[in-house]
Design a protein around this ligand. Sequence first.
Ligand code: ZN
Length: 435
Amino acid sequence: MTKRRWKIALIGLLLTGALGCRSDGRPDIVLVTFDTLRRDHVGAYGSGLGVTPNLDALAERSLVFDAAFTTMPTTGPAHASLFTGLLPYQHGVRHNAAHVSRDVATTRGLPRLLRDHGYTTACFTTSPVFGLDTLGFSGFDHRDLPTDPLRTGIDAVDAALAWLDADPGQPVFVWVHLYDAHSPYGAASEKIGGYPIDLDSYGWVQGTRFARQPVRQKIAAAYARGVADADAALGRLVAGVAERRTRPTQWIAVSDHGEFLDELLESDGYAYDHGALLRDPVLRIPLLIAGPGIEPGRAKGVVSIRDLYTTLLQIAEIRDSSAGEEGRLDLRFPSDEPRIVLAERRVYAFHQDALARWGPEVSRKIRRNAVAAMDGEHLVVAGEDGAPSLGDGAPERLLRLARDVALASFAEDGTGGAEVDAQTREMLRGLGYVD
Ligand SMILES: [Zn+2]
């Protein structure tokens, strides 16, 4: 190579370095997903239980969303919506063992986009759902997945902090997933061997097992202890990040879905689970963002977990060009404009199986709970045939939308079940995760 060509190559290298380092000013992004956290257990949302002091402290300096909804009360699909900006029937993950569809995997994926734009990306997860490599979550420079299906949030946080001990020299995107509130309920020491639920029932409760109030109170208290553990993990993460990072941090805390305790026990024979029926306790989620440029306060407008896709991209100065067309918001700029958001029920891949296990009445309930449409005030639920099963008195527009989406999304009940190895399938089944 001539001297001149060396010079050009050197300048090129320096330029590339400068461009690759567009990190000036961009914050670190730390996303914490609280699995199965009910909104009404969070102090910032009015809970008097006192089990979320760390989340409440973060909420003090956050924009807190009062009307936030998930897209499906099921872990994999809800996270896939967060990471792709799409509804489950669009991204293809409609139950926990499903793949994100191929075209979505190649064009979407928040971690990959952030990495391609100069973020160092890492995830620390606590659920076997994310150990499958099926959700299109490629794009993490560092992946720390659970080997124990009951990995604690504290363990994941310690791994995240150990990873942050080495400064990658550019902004980081860190996703920590906290599973502590999920069943089996209880603090970490109680979970093994202490299942308060019948794991074979998938929430469809048989007989009179939970008829007595003291039993229900004991289960609810155990659930709250799991929430407290997740909150303690957040506390350690917030303190640990502050110690290690000099760059400002954009915090996002959100639940992927809530949980039914005993609300539907009498009316529907469904309890201590999520995924099958579409109601407020599982659809309405805590969601808050804190950090540079965020004015602490309350946002009343209706938002969806999938808005976080747009929000996180734009925080990283990556324009989400399809946000308008696909109906997503940048949550840093909240709006009180009327808005409808949608959610789906988990697709049960094998209706015949459900029929055999639970009987025709349960199968009918599953079919009648296909899609929910929410405007913050009203909740409309439509069945697979588009007929409304909940939402008397709701505006016509809401009813029509629920019907149309139910018909569009459940027209074909092909679910694209993943090729899951036997061991993983068993682990998921043990947690009530596959049907
Ligand atoms: Zn979940």
